[in-house]
Design a protein around this ligand. Sequence first.
Ligand code: CO
Length: 135
Amino acid sequence: MKIAHLGIAVKNLADALAPYEALLGGHDVHRETVEDQGVAVAMLPVGESHIELLEPTRPDSPIAKFLASRGEGLHHVCFEVDDIEAELARLKASGVRLIDQLPRAGANGCRVAFIHPKSTSGVLIELSQPMTSRD
Ligand code: CO
């Protein structure tokens, strides 16, 4: 397992991108809208991991709700896994509270699932299985 990315909730992607591009070099920035989660995403590489900036695309998206209650800032930590179904089953059997019982579509063709922050000391955890390790 490794840290795939750190997700940061932002009000405006263009405004947020400039300082992060200055910080990280601004090369290979991947942008995408994930309709399922109501977010526009910008992924900035940093070593083997990424910084994921998240702007809500609709008022009922989880990121919009997060911004309304907590403001901009660190939203989640994402761990990359090889077999997301197996990880979810293992966590469930260990009594860890899951938000997603089944994986759903994430950015970059990944399949993702979230663990409830009540189980992880207040930090929202995302598990992500890359498209490439599916076969
Ligand atoms: Co994420």
